[in-house]
Write a protein that binds this ligand. Structure first.
Ligand code: MG
Length: 440
């Protein structure tokens, strides 16, 4: 659905910024759509996410459920009355985060200027992306196609000169659509909307405006500020009169990248065997790689930290020629750094692998090119682990990793205090099954 579209200008070689460069992308019925992906038998059914009992509120409803009048934030009891035959499921935030990360990966493949505002929606500034991917509307279409391929369900896209208009546009596009607000036809788009559609116009403000006979954005735009000020105050008047003409100068603020991703382990018993130490470095590198992919970043620099039995800490780092999010690459560097340490016969009490110099995974094609099949393999492992749980896919070198007994660590396996399962295992003195949860 396109309400207003640009008219035949050729933007192919125009270097200047396109007037409609802001995108708002919003996944359709996000939680419910993920539930359908998890259980395809739910496709086409009224699905309500929000607890299987009668307590709580609706977190998300499929469009089929919305047809019965079910909406987000509605008490579940009420939703059950409206749609007694709907399938009610409890939320699964791990799955939503996984899908949200895939969503972000799609968006970051077009521009680093992505501002996530929820798990399922984000603003993009594609003003600089045109040369590679086409004009903003073309990018919006590509994103819709990519999201549907990567996630299995639809999203809606608003394309506009600013964030405020882009968000309104995506609302109009829902579900499964795209709306472009041409910068020359902003008033045409805005004027018929109810004043409540304006960002920051709460119930009280809307009531005040209604009392002045102002119902639509067009009405508001036609009223002099002097009439509004006594009712709304200076700040709110300025804010709303700006929005009524479609003015919004907020920039897209990209998500602040974490500075680094790292994993370290303190061993229950000092390790003095180089083979075992290198195996631990591989395990740490793989976890760092998995986290980088999960967070959507690639790293340029690898830091190895080694704390010896006498508490001396050695730190070594190396910068790669191109960024990577592949554990095997990180391990290669970290392993080299370890082998290059001076001296022999060291006893190690802690190992750490850190990836820094992070950049958005939008550039991850680079790492894929250099990482080749290892990158593909690790992504396949990510998929298996997403499905069957962590530790279900382990490289051969880590299977049956030797366990060393020691005080406070009966089975001698390394303990990661940041992992609740490991804490529990240690507290109860029960070892986890090797090759099962937590062994990689
Ligand atoms: Mg949404």
């Amino acid at each position: 659905m396109v309400i207003t579209t640009r008219t035949g200008q050729d933007h192919g070689v125009v270097a200047s910024r396109h007037p409609e460069s802001i995108l708002h992308v919003d996944l359709d019925a996000f939680y419910a759509s993920v539930e359908v992906q998890k259980d395809p038998s739910l496709a086409g059914k009224a699905v309500v996410v929000g607890g299987t009992g009668n307590r709580g509120v609706v977190a998300s409803a499929s469009y089929e459920a919305r047809r019965f009048g079910v909406t987000s934030a509605m008490p579940v009891v009420r939703a059950r009355r409206l749609a007694p035959d709907a399938v009610f499921v409890a939320p699964d935030f791990d799955a939503y985060r996984t899908y949200s990360n895939r969503f972000r990966e799609v968006l970051l493949s077009y521009t680093p200027l992505v501002e996530p505002i929820a798990l399922d929606e984000a603003f993009l500034d594609v003003g600089g992306a045109g040369r590679l991917f086409g004009d903003p509307e073309a990018i919006g279409r590509r994103i819709r196609r990519d999201v549907s391929t990567a996630l299995g369900f639809s999203c809606s896209v608003g394309v506009a000169p600013n964030k405020f208009l882009a968000k309104l546009a995506s609302e109009h596009a829902k579900p499964d659509g795209l709306v472009v607000v041409d910068h020359r036809r902003v008033r045409e788009f805005l004027d018929p909307l109810p004043v409540g559609a304006l960002w920051g116009a709460g119930e009280k403000t809307v009531d005040s405006l209604h009392r002045l006979g102002i119902r639509t954005v067009g009405d508001l735009g036609a009223v002099p500020a002097a009439v509004l000020r006594p009712v709304l105050g200076e700040a709110q008047t300025a804010h709303l009169t700006n929005l009524a003409i479609g003015a919004d100068d907020r920039g897209v603020v990209p998500y602040e990248a974490p500075k680094s991703v790292s994993h370290e382990e303190t061993f229950g018993h000092d390790i003095d065997d180089d083979v075992a130490i290198l195996r631990e470095i591989l395990s740490l590198s793989r976890r760092v790689g998995a986290r980088l992919r999960e967070e959507g970043y690639a790293a340029r620099t690898v830091v190895l930290k080694v704390r010896l039995a006498n508490f001396t800490t050695l730190t070594r780092s190396r910068t790669l020629s191109s960024p990577t999010d592949v554990g095997t690459d990180l391990n290669q560097v970290a392993g080299d750094l370890y082998r290059a340490l001076p001296g022999t016969g060291r006893r190690v009490r802690l190992l750490g692998v850190q990836a820094t110099g992070l950049q958005p995974a939008g550039a991850h094609q680079l790492a894929l090119l250099t990482a080749g099949r290892w990158g593909d393999l690790e992504r396949a492992v990510d998929r298996i682990e997403r499905r069957f749980g962590p530790g279900t896919a382990v490289p051969a070198t880590l299977v049956g990793r030797e366990e060393r007994a020691g005080p406070g660590n009966p089975r001698g396996r390394p303990v990661d205090p940041t992992r609740p399962d490991e804490r529990d295992a240690r507290r109860t003195g029960e070892a986890l099954e090797s090759g099962g949860q937590g062994s990689a």
